[in-house]
Design a protein around this ligand. Structure first.
Ligand code: SRM
Ligand code: SF4
Length: 580
């Protein structure tokens, strides 16, 4: 077992005095307790103190305020409209119908803006108020779910792709994703103590042995993909497991390491990076391997400069060879060489799919993952007498899974009756488009994303159609800031917010999520972005080779330069045709 050979000591080369403030806070938090419990009962404010907002992230909770109301409330000398975003932990995104109905109920009761499916296939509730937070967390527990480590410097929600070709392999991989999540979550009793009111005794060093008192230097993300579908963007994960099958059984996983999207536009030494192959591991050992890699990041990650703390930077600093040596020491043997596989796309399946055991799965398109108003009611109505299960996708859609063949027709009628049937056949382009939450809740947003996506998508579809490209999927992703929550740097077209209605335009990502895009123009309005895109779409329509994707065309014609898995920021200087 990898866990037996782990060196649990933090890298002592980083002097405590120099550690960034988050590190000091974690160290004195008594395993994530801080003063959260006291802050919750302070009725003089709807906020919690600054330190506790950071610690609450480990519990899956973010303090936010409604940014649409900020200046008005400031003028009226009112405190910001503080509220909390609660992010659930749903490894692999699978929910039972009763869990769905439970979430639906508690979203109506505790939150505003319904349910939000995220790009890591979980649910977020926005707008929960402080006096009701504890009751909300208990209601989540009562439906068999939790929010532990959904945010914070720990292993985040473990994601798992979806592939109907082999149902047994799908089940096995999904189960390993759940096991990995279970193995990597913090063990601290703080969560049960604060939210459930349990009497848990603070156990000092033994409370969270795999993490230690300062947890990880930064968030850590693990995902499982099932080729030929790269729906989870496995190269964007800190650790990605790519299922390798032999016939109808799972042989194991190729392991890729060091992916990540977030960057700061103000720092040249911050960059998105694609994960690189590290080797192959037998299926049942994947969770332990994820833990072994996580402990390398725990011990070697940068705890002084938080902006360089993600595992991708640790890996670049150590070098792949040294990382593999370290891993061999902790793992007890080298990983086997990676095996052959192919990815063909990275979106969700459209409409109805039948799996290898005959069960049907219906993908419902959920624009930007937001489920509220009439849609929330329609889904509630459907799920009330649905015999299958629900699967959230990393493209923010909802799959009605496990429909028995003899119930398919009835399910289709019911979808039709409830006004949901059109969601089975969304436009091709919407299947390949993604945006992050951004305004009004995200405190880091500099521009709109979710709220402008419907108009932007329509405009892009019109543009494509005017060049006869309506049947060609192009991955399009929009985020409200450079953090990249909709993984924009892997898209063929990425727009990342810089200021109200100003975006950086990135072009040339790989359609299968295998290549980063390049900065093509900075600080452009949406109108200007279309002025730049239209001539490129026209050239693509005229000069496209059979089956060629937009991103590949831009590379072939040297409109942008290819960067593969590389991470060298010097190589990110684009070959610009035009600057704005
Ligand atoms: Fe994210 C921070 C929303 C997936 C990179 N992300 C945030 C926060 C919590 C803002 C904050 O720190 O105050 C956003 C909350 C907005 C809101 O109002 O709900 C936020 N991130 C989201 C979600 C909800 C986007 C969505 O529209 O679905 C996704 C929730 C995932 C989940 O269920 O766990 C989400 N975030 C991602 C992804 C995609 C992924 O993981 O596959 C990324 C890029 C991959 C990566 O991590 O490199 C991502 N989020 C970030 C970053 C940049 C991290 C970095 O390395 O620099 C931040 C900022 C930070 O951590 O400092 C961030
Ligand atoms: Fe917020 Fe930026 Fe993430 Fe969008 S990309 S949700 S604006 S942090």
């Amino acid at each position: 077992m990898a866990g037996d050979t782990l060196d649990r000591s933090r890298d002592r080369s980083q002097p405590v005095a120099k550690l960034c403030s988050n590190e000091q806070l974690k160290a004195r938090s008594r395993f994530l307790r801080g003063d959260i419990a006291q802050g919750l009962i302070d009725s003089s404010t709807r906020a919690v103190p600054g330190d506790d907002t950071l610690l609450m992230k480990f519990h899956g909770i973010y303090m936010q305020d409604d940014r649409d109301q900020r200046s008005d409330r400031q003028r009226r000398k009112l405190e910001p409209n503080y509220q909390f975003m609660v992010r659930l932990r749903i490894p692999g995104g699978v929910l039972s119908t009763s869990q769905w109905l439970g979430l639906d109920k508690l979203a109506r009761h505790f939150a505003e803006r319904g349910l939000r499916i995220t790009t890591r296939q979980t649910i977020q509730l926005h707008g929960v108020r402080k006096p009701r937070l504890r009751a909300c967390m208990q209601a989540i527990r009562d439906i068999g779910l939790d929010t532990i480590a959904a945010c914070g410097d720990d292993s985040r929600g473990v994601i798992c792709g979806f592939n109907v070709q082999s149902a047994p392999v799908q089940r096995q991989v999904a189960s390993l994703a759940r096991q990995t999540s279970q193995l990597l979550i913090p063990r601290t009793g703080a969560y049960r103590e604060i939210w459930y009111g349990e009497d848990v005794v603070y156990k000092n060093q033994l409370e969270d042995p795999d993490y230690g008192e300062t947890y990880l230097p930064r968030k850590f993300k693990v995902g499982f993909a099932l080729p030929p579908v790269n729906d989870i963007d496995v190269y964007g994960q800190d650790v990605g497991f790519i299922a390798i099958t032999e016939g109808d059984s799972l042989a194991g996983f190729n392991v890729v390491v060091g992916g990540g999207m977030g960057q700061l536009d103000t720092r040249d030494d911050s960059y998105p990076r694609l994960a690189e192959p590290a080797g192959f591991v037998a299926a049942e050992r994947a969770p332990a391997l994820a833990l072994a890699i996580m402990t390398i990041q725990r011990d070697y990650g940068d705890r002084v400069d938080r902006h360089r703390a993600r595992f991708k930077y640790t890996l670049d600093r150590l070098g792949m060879d040294s990382f593999l040596e370290l891993l061999t020491q902790r793992w007890g043997e080298p990983l086997q060489p990676p095996r052959a596989f192919t990815f063909t796309h990275n979106g969700d399946p459209q409409g109805l799919q039948q799996d290898s055991e005959g069960l049907w799965h219906a993908t419902l398109e959920i624009a930007n993952g937001r489920i509220q108003g009439a849609l929330q009611d329609q889904l509630q109505g459907f799920v009330q007498s649905f015999a299958g299960y629900l699967r959230l996708t990393t493209n923010q859609n909802l799959i009605l899974g496990g429909i028995e063949p003899d119930l398919l027709e009835t399910s289709q009628w019911r979808l039709d009756d409830l006004g949901l049937a059109a969601r089975l056949s969304p436009s091709l382009q919407s299947t390949y488009s993604l945006s992050c939450v951004a305004l009004p809740t995200c405190g880091l947003a500099m521009a709109e994303a979710e709220r402008i996506m419907p108009q932007l998508l329509q405009r892009f579809e019109d543009s494509k159609a005017s060049f006869g490209l309506q049947d060609i999927p192009i991955t399009l992703r929009v985020t409200g800031c450079p953090n990249g929550c909709a993984r924009p740097y892997i898209a063929e077209i990425g727009l990342t917010g810089r200021a109200p209605n100003l975006y950086n335009l990135y072009l040339g990502g790989g359609f299968h999520g295998e290549r980063l895009n390049q900065l093509y123009a900075s600080n452009v309005s949406i109108d200007r972005a279309f002025e730049l895109l239209d001539p490129l779409l026209a050239r693509f329509a005229a000069g496209r080779q059979a089956g060629e994707h937009f991103g590949d065309y831009l590379i072939r014609c040297r409109i942008v330069q290819a960067i593969a898995h590389g991470s060298d920021p010097q190589r990110m200087i684009p070959v610009l045709e035009e600057h704005s």
